[in-house]
Design a protein around this ligand. Sequence first.
Ligand code: MN3
Length: 216
Amino acid sequence: MKSFLLVHHFLIFLLMFTLLPLPYDYNALEPHIDEETMRLHHQKHHQGYVNKANQALEDHPVWLEKTPEDVLRQLSHVPQEVRTAVQNHVGGVSNHNFFWESMSPQGGGTPQGDLLKALEKEFGSFENFKKEFSLAAASVFGSGWAWLVSDADKNVKIVATSNQDSPLSQGTDKILLALDVWEHAYYLHYQNRRPDYIEAFWNVVNWEKAQNRYEG
Ligand code: MN3
């Protein structure tokens, strides 16, 4: 009986979302994204979403067995009494996971290969894609996200979402890039100048990761 209880508690412990470590140091994206913003954003904001996502699903452990991405893809099947909390907080967990990986200290430049061809086909040129993505990110009213996604036929598309809504809940096949345009993502360094922050993102954007996702 005692060992059963121990095993039970151990399993409960494992059935939780966790805060993934950043794939680089907090100061690695300086001067484009400053260390203090990165630290607060990851340790306080992202951690907060992890905690609240676990709370929201504590009475529905079957959903904690899934990845945050699978939960969001199946959002319409989440029990209704926790669906909004899951949309917000599991969304916050997953969206930030994509965001950290969308940046790299070795980032910037242009994509290559099939992804570059797909962007040129859809937007005419890479420069025009950048312009349209920046405009979509700058135009999000209030808090939200800009995304580069691809569908099952490998067509690329720019999407904007509000709050912590994920394109995965809207039938998107793959997320290639995520840009957080909540004020907490830039206010300490850029204050109200969201367009300057968006411009800085292009200096650290992780095209290698986006290409791997697109081709994978
Ligand atoms: Mn954020």
